[in-house]
Ligand binder design. Structure first.
Ligand code: NAD
Length: 418
């Protein structure tokens, strides 16, 4: 499948999205000039003592897009393909996610170029601690707040928090979110991105008259986000018929047993090969006859040729940047409703915000309260974007960028920047 004519550079894609919204709202070009590049980008080296005694240096990155609304915030990704343009793009998308949800943050993103599959648990811990030592001068609860992303989790956030405590000689739980509960994490954080995605799928289905009872779902990615999307959609009555991960896919038209799937994935490192399911390729996965498709893995998974095969009525982008611009245009032309990443994957940062607020108060909420607040904020953001879509006769993605740019431009104006 050739994708040679498509723009796959996520940073270029993010810049184009801002430019389009600024132009459409008739805002001064200075708004674009302020937003087109991250305010600060750092590249750091992280020397790590490996288990065999060798010293190995890894490259870490952090992009802080804009602090016009508040401190910057965003996850840290451990992946071999991390690069500067990816981190810059992800920091921009975080800014928009926060703006769409009305959170008092700007966006940031970090990454370490490494292959976690080749690292032991102890090496991962040293890498996480080394990353915090390296970026320590530019983070803090009211400066920039890291969180989990691909291949990072609450355990690593705990090590990062502990490293910050060692460096500063005091506890500052609000410097990292997605932490273990014992260190000031929030109840409901781990499932938040998946749960938030299911909430907006429910709202979108309601608007287009699609019943979720028995609606067939396919989810790409069975990590932190994908596994919780699967459970949350199942709780809404959907039938999850396919799940794919980096090693393959499991398909059963009668529906998958999710507990069994989770057990199989934990034991074998992949959903592929689960007994009673058909092993499917990525091509087969995207062309399945389903009502709802959820990419919850990486960027650029839905290219134009893939989009042409999609049969779903709703595509909910739980991953960041999973659809290329050409694919997005194709899906729009075919009448597929795409819930954009800056809305569909915003549940995680929303509960990270709740976590930070609880850290500030030193008063912790029960899980039900977190779920209720998340529900309220996701529905309110969805309603705003849905209304904007009607008002501007556009896609949900464009509407979300219009809402985001409008909020950012208002903050710039209030600061006297424009
Ligand atoms: P994760 O590391 O927990 O899981 C990633 C999953 O994607 C794994 O199942 C992996 O096998 C699968 N995968 C990777 N490459 C693949 C490929 N080429 N084909 C099919 N499957 C593939 O990561 P995560 O935290 O679940 O993040 C997934 C996506 O969601 C990313 O785009 C991330 O930026 C985004 N996101 C994460 C959070 C969060 O809170 N963790 C919040 C918002 C958005």
């Amino acid at each position: 499948m050739s994708t040679s004519l498509e723009t796959l550079n996520p940073f270029r894609i993010a810049q184009d999205q801002i430019a389009g919204a600024v132009e459409r709202l008739g805002l001064p070009s200075s708004v674009y000039e302020f937003l087109k590049e991250p305010q600060r980008v750092f590249s750091v080296s992280i020397p790590v003592r490996m288990d065999d005694g060798r010293l190995q240096t890894f490259v870490g990155l952090r992009a802080q897009h804009t602090d016009v609304i508040g401190p910057t915030k965003g996850g840290v990704r451990f992946h071999p393909a991390v690069d500067l343009d990816e981190v810059k793009a992800l920091s921009i998308w975080m800014t928009f996610k926060c703006a769409v949800l009305g959170l008092p943050y700007g966006g940031a993103k970090g990454g370490v170029i490494c292959d976690p599959q080749l690292l032991s648990a102890k090496e991962m811990e040293r890498l996480a601690r080394g990353y915090i030592r390296a970026i320590d001068p530019v983070i803090g609860p009211d400066i920039d707040i890291p969180a989990p992303d691909i291949n990072t989790n609450s355990r690593l956030m705990g090590y990062m928090l502990d490293e910050y405590r060692s460096l500063h000689g005091r506890n500052a739980p609000g410097v990292v979110t997605g932490k273990p509960l014992e260190l000031g994490g929030s109840r409901g954080r781990i499932s938040a991105t998946g749960r938030g995605c299911a909430i907006v799928v429910r709202e979108a289905a309601d608007r287009i008259g699609l019943s979720l009872k028995g609606a067939r779902v396919a989810v790409q990615g069975f990590g932190n986000v994908g596994s919780h999307v699967v459970r949350s959609l199942q709780a809404l009555g959907c039938k999850v018929v396919a799940v794919a991960d980096i090693r393959g896919g499991a398909y059963n038209p009668d529906g998958l047993d999710i507990d069994e799937l989770a057990r199989h994935a934990a034991e074998h490192g992949s959903v592929a090969g689960m007994p009673g399911t058909e092993n499917i390729t990525p091509e087969q996965f995207f062309s399945l006859d389903v009502e709802i498709l959820v990419p919850a893995a990486l960027e650029n998974q839905i290219t134009a040729p893939v989009a042409a095969q999609i049969r779903a009525q709703i595509v909910a982008e739980a991953a960041n940047g999973p659809t290329t611009p050409r694919a997005a245009a194709l899906l729009a032309a075919r009448g597929v409703l795409v819930i954009p990443d800056i809305l569909a994957s915003a549940g995680g940062v929303t509960v990270s915000y709740f976590e930070w607020v609880q850290n500030t108060m030193n008063f912790y909420w029960p899980e039900e309260e977190v779920h209720e607040k998340l529900e309220r904020m996701m529905v309110s953001a969805f309603n705003e974007i849905w209304a904007m879509r009607g008002e501007h006769v556009t896609t949900l993605r464009d509407a979300a960028y219009l809402a985001g740019v409008r909020r950012l431009a208002a903050a710039m104006s209030a600061r006297g920047w424009i």
